[in-house]
Each structure stands twice: as C-alpha cells, then as structure tokens.
Design a protein around this ligand. Structure first.
Ligand SMILES: [Zn+2]
Ligand SMILES: [Zn+2]
Length: 150
C-alpha cells in the first residue's frame, strides 16, 4: 500500500488513536465521535476503511485497536507531524497553533527521506511544540535520545 493512499481523514483517525493511546485512553467509537464532532456511524465508516487496510482491528462491542501495522503507520505520521511542527515553529518562527495546523495538512503525505533530513537538521528534537515526546525510529527500531547524539 503506497503511504499516500491514506486519506486525510483516515490519517487523522490514526493520529487520534495514537494520541489517545499515548495519554492512556482508548479510541472508542464514542470518544472518536466526540473528538471529531461527527456521528458514531461516520466514525464506524472510517474505522472500516482502516480495518480493510489492516491498520485497525475491530471486534463487535470492543474498542477498536491499532494493529502492529497501524501502530507503525500512526507512529510514522505522528513523527512527521511533530518534526514539521518543530520546524515551522523553531526554524520559521510560526506560532504553535498555526504550525500544528499546517503540519497536519501534510504529515501523512511527506516522504520519509524529507522528514528524516528535517529531523537531522533539528538535531532530533525531544518534544513537539505542545510538549509531547517525539519518538524517533530508525530501521524499524525506536531510538533512545542518547543514541542520537554524537
Ligand atoms: Zn501538532
Ligand atoms: Zn526523528
């Protein structure tokens, strides 16, 4: 599956599922519906699309979860988002809200090589503008901040 096949909506669901997970919450249909201000059937519609791509696992009456592939994809998009955001904020001096909104427009489309180059330039920032941890992954392995220095 080419990465750019994901729609912007599908990408935002992956990001939201990842962010909820990060804050110890579950991406239930009602939580997602509330977060995106949409109806539960439209949430289910997007979840079904993600399920067909093998990114989300759903069982009746259970909270949908990210599959291993879904988690990797969500992590990749979140990394791109946060790196872009830091770039916009720190290199270009844009404010946090604008930087975040602009990052969200392309975080799921931008190529890995471009993001990695941007991340190198920024010296692998530990946090995004909102203060969330940025997880850096290389060759499928998560890098500890110390491993990136030197
Ligand atoms: Zn953001
Ligand atoms: Zn990075």
């Amino acid at each position: 599956m080419p990465k750019s096949d994901l729609s912007g909506i599908e990408a935002s669901y992956l990001k939201e599922a990842y962010r909820l997970r990060e804050s110890g919450r579950l991406p239930s249909v009602s939580v997602l519906a509330h977060g995106f201000r949409v109806t539960m059937p439209s949430v289910i519609d997007v979840l079904q699309k993600l399920e067909r791509r093998g990114l989300v696992h759903r069982t009746p009456w259970k909270v949908p979860t990210l599959t291993k592939k879904g988690l990797a994809e969500a992590r990749r998009i979140i990394h791109s988002h946060r790196v872009l955001e830091v770039y916009y904020g720190e290199a270009l001096g844009l404010d946090e809200t604008y930087a975040c909104a602009e990052a969200a427009k392309i975080d799921y489309l931008i190529g890995t090589k471009a993001v990695e180059r941007m991340c190198d330039t920024l010296h692998h920032p530990a946090r995004c503008l909102h203060g969330f941890t940025i997880e850096h992954v290389k060759n499928g392995r998560m890098l500890k901040p110390a491993a990136l220095e030197g």
